[in-house]
Design a protein around this ligand. Structure first.
Ligand SMILES: CC(C)(COP(=O)(O)OP(=O)(O)OC[C@H]1O[C@@H](n2cnc3c(N)ncnc32)[C@H](O)[C@@H]1OP(=O)(O)O)[C@@H](O)C(=O)NCCC(=O)NCCS
Length: 184
């Protein structure tokens, strides 16, 4: 009786203090292509516009990253969890209004719900405001993407409204929610 009480207390504590691994960002590398293709081939990425047809297509996309950084267009980071590549988080600049950037992200489904993307967004946002000198950072989210909206809320973004037919996915123009944070 006494032992079983101790076990249930231990379980409660384990649930409250889930192990949180170390989350790091680094620039994406061309050699990440296979792993990204694997992550992005997930049919459960329901509200995500990026579709990659092959490892080769992913490799070609990754090769363009250094040039995009040099031109101030995009800054894309690999998200590592305990040194394993698990996702991506990046900033796409509004090239006509260079004080504005949009944060985007995705994560291997096996790692969902651990707060990894929330932590990555917080780090990328620091880069956006402190290193790139942005004044406004946006996150655009399909209204059905509850997990993504939750990230924007947890990171302190303000909901500014809905942008109609903002982007195209699977041949259809779709609305999205606009969340943003501004530097005062
Ligand atoms: C969106 C995505 C990046 C989330 O990554 P993640 O690391 O699991 O996110 P986090 O763990 O940091 O936060 C997710 C939050 O949403 C919550 N959540 C997830 N699904 C939910 C649901 N169906 N209903 C309510 N809350 C939900 C989680 O509980 C968590 O909130 P909490 O910390 O308050 O409990 C991941 O699901 C993904 O890669 N999806 C496919 C690509 C995509 O949609 N990218 C975003 C495009 S805008």
């Amino acid at each position: 009786m006494h032992i079983s009480f101790e076990i249930s207390e231990t379980l409660k504590i384990t649930r409250q203090f889930t192990y949180m691994g170390i989350i790091k960002l680094r620039y994406q590398e061309v050699s990440d292509a296979e792993r990204y293709f694997e992550i992005l081939s997930n049919p459960n990425f329901l509200y995500f516009e990026v579709k990659v047809k092959s490892v080769e297509e992913e490799r070609e996309w990754l090769k363009k990253n250094p040039e995009k950084r040099e031109k101030g267009q995009e800054y894309n980071y690999a998200v590592l969890y305990d040194d394993e590549l698990v996702g991506a988080c990046g900033i796409a600049m509004d090239t006509r209004r260079p004080h504005i950037g949009e944060i985007g992200y995705f994560l291997d489904e096996r790692y969902w719900g651990k707060g990894i993307t929330t932590a990555a967004v917080k780090q990328v946002e620091k880069i956006a405001f402190e290193d790139l000198g942005l004044v406004r950072v946006e996150i655009r989210i399909e209204p059905e993407n509850i997990a993504s909206e939750r990230i924007a809320v947890k990171c302190g973004y303000t909901k500014e409204g809905s942008v109609r037919k903002a982007y195209e996915r699977d041949g259809e123009y779709r609305d999205c929610l606009l969340y943003a944070k501004v530097e005062d």
